[in-house]
Design a protein around this ligand. Structure first.
Ligand SMILES: [Zn+2]
Ligand SMILES: [Zn+2]
Length: 503
């Protein structure tokens, strides 16, 4: 038994109980108590954090675990302010990975660059021309290639989304279907060792940020994609708990692997940033464009039907109102409440679900769907002066209406969508509490729920994770300040199943 003492231990349980002592036996919480209750005996290990606070470990409900890890291996452009800096980072990345026959680059935020645009194919050729290069836009829904990369990934194929210059030559910039095809092709380069390294790097980084459970979006329908098998093989060696969502439409494969859930970022539409999220009305900054729906109704209906019959929990990616509407229409064709389909118990999820009208909110509540939300999107792109307002005009006021959703009884779980936004639940909580549309902001406690108990509920772990209670996994974070007084606290120590994983 080890006993932890802190100034305050926030259990974040239903009653909001606060304690001073946390008793940990093996991997679990044994009991919680206050000073007056039983004193720890001499036999017990005793750790005191007189001036610090303890909270439950965080759950990030939506992480692309491979992409997250790969950005610690390949160049990451989050801080780049010009194309020149992008090129420097690219060359550095190549130096670091000399043995690789390709280079990826992550988190290109065009709005941060003084040029405000992608590099072209010919510009990239001047930096690296002998091996394929793919740079991902920060939203992961479009990218830029050098010439050899373009030839490798698309050959002569003409797919929707290949940008052409005035001479009808590809510029190297790809969106929509073409981008998906390119990304798929580049994934073939990722060998098992590289993937395994990325998985571990992502988990260690998560641990530093107080994340003790990660819901990992992984895999695809590509024939040679072995990422899910790889993850399942190393799962028990990882420092934190990883719960996979396998992003496939292949129900039999999911069942054969013994998984209870299917999907993740199965794209019903794209993103606002890349003008591919499906909208009911045109993009404000691209008249005539309403975004993309990747599924027709029959395909979506069939997928949902088969997954329901197999009793799987389903998650799909839908961002624009037109895409969310399509998802709701197709769920509504089933009597989801009937036991044949596992009823609402299956806790089906929509990932992101950003642009929401009152009508959509009501229908989501009625269907009992969980929304897996990323509050940091609002921090980076929400409000009247940022990208969402450019893309959506006045509709920016309708994005991520957390308070309305909670008031309507919808359960929200919180995530980062890393590498789209960093692994950082505190940033997520702050972003939800300080929502740029104040009428959509939520309380600090509600913010914590997104990244603790609701995250647990959204993967059927509410009796093990997300709170500090007897018999729950001893997952907790020691922090510098009282989180109900300030969210600017430091993470001092992180424990998973009773074991310290950070520092
Ligand atoms: Zn997604
Ligand atoms: Zn995602």
């Amino acid at each position: 038994m080890t006993v932890f003492k802190a100034r305050k231990i926030y259990s974040l349980d239903e009653q909001g109980n606060i304690y001073n002592y946390l008793w940990v036996k093996d991997s679990k919480v044994f009991q919680l108590s206050n000073d007056c209750f039983a004193q720890p005996s001499a036999r017990d290990g005793f750790k005191q954090f007189e001036n610090n606070y303890i909270i439950p470990g965080f759950i990030d409900s939506h992480v692309h675990i491979l992409g997250t890890g790969l950005q610690y291996i390949f160049p990451n452009f989050t801080q780049a302010q010009s194309l020149e800096e992008v090129y420097e980072l690219l060359l550095e990345g190549r130096q670091k990975n000399k043995e690789l026959k390709f280079i990826l680059g992550y988190n290109l935020e065009l709005d941060n660059l003084k040029e405000k645009r992608f590099p072209t194919r010919t510009e990239l050729d001047r930096v690296i021309k002998d091996i394929p290069v793919l740079l991902y836009r920060i939203d992961g829904h479009s990218g830029a290639l050098n010439t050899i990369g373009l030839e490798f990934a698309l050959g002569d194929e003409l797919t929707e989304g290949i940008e052409l210059d005035s001479y009808h030559q590809p510029t190297g910039i790809v969106r929509g279907q073409a981008f998906e095809r390119v990304a798929r092709k580049f994934r073939q380069f990722l060998n098992p060792d590289l993937k395994t390294e990325a998985i571990f790097l992502a988990c260690w980084q998560a641990a530093r940020k107080g994340i003790t459970t990660m819901v990992a979006m992984i895999g695809s329908d590509e024939a040679d994609d072995n990422s899910i098998e790889l993850l399942l093989r190393v799962k028990d060696k990882l420092p934190i708990e990883v719960i996979p969502f396998y992003q496939t439409l292949d129900i039999n494969k999911v069942l054969a692997l013994g998984l209870k859930r299917i999907g993740g970022c199965i794209l019903i539409d794209g993103s606002f940033g890349s003008h591919t999220a499906a909208l009911t009305r045109d993009y404000a900054d691209e008249p005539g464009n309403k975004g993309v729906l990747y599924f027709d109704d029959d395909k979506l209906f069939n997928f949902i039907q088969k997954a329901l019959q197999a009793n799987l929990q389903i998650a799909v990616h839908a961002i624009g109102d037109r895409a969310i509407n399509q998802v709701l229409n197709n769920f509504a064709r089933f009597n989801c409440a009937s036991p044949v389909f596992g009823g609402l118990k299956q806790r089906h999820r929509i990932e992101h679900a950003e642009l929401l009208t009152d009508d959509l909110i009501e229908r989501i509540a009625k269907l009992g769907l969980i929304l897996s939300v990323q509050p940091a999107f609002e921090y980076y792109w929400g409000g009247p002066n940022k990208m969402y307002a450019q893309r959506l005009g006045e509709r920016y006021k309708l994005t991520n209406p957390y308070r309305k959703l909670i008031d309507a009884g919808v359960i929200l779980c919180g995530g980062s969508d890393s590498p789209i936004t960093p692994l950082d639940p505190i940033l997520g909580i702050k972003s939800a509490v300080n929502h740029p549309n104040p009428e959509n902001s939520i309380t600090v406690r509600q913010g914590f729920n997104l990244f603790t108990s609701n995250g647990a509920y959204a993967v059927f772990k509410e009796n093990e994770l997300g709170m500090l209670k007897p018999n729950f996994s001893a997952d907790f974070v020691v922090i510098s300040d009282d989180p109900f007084k300030t969210l600017d606290f430091q993470i001092l120590e992180v424990y998973k199943a009773g074991k310290r994983i950070f520092p």
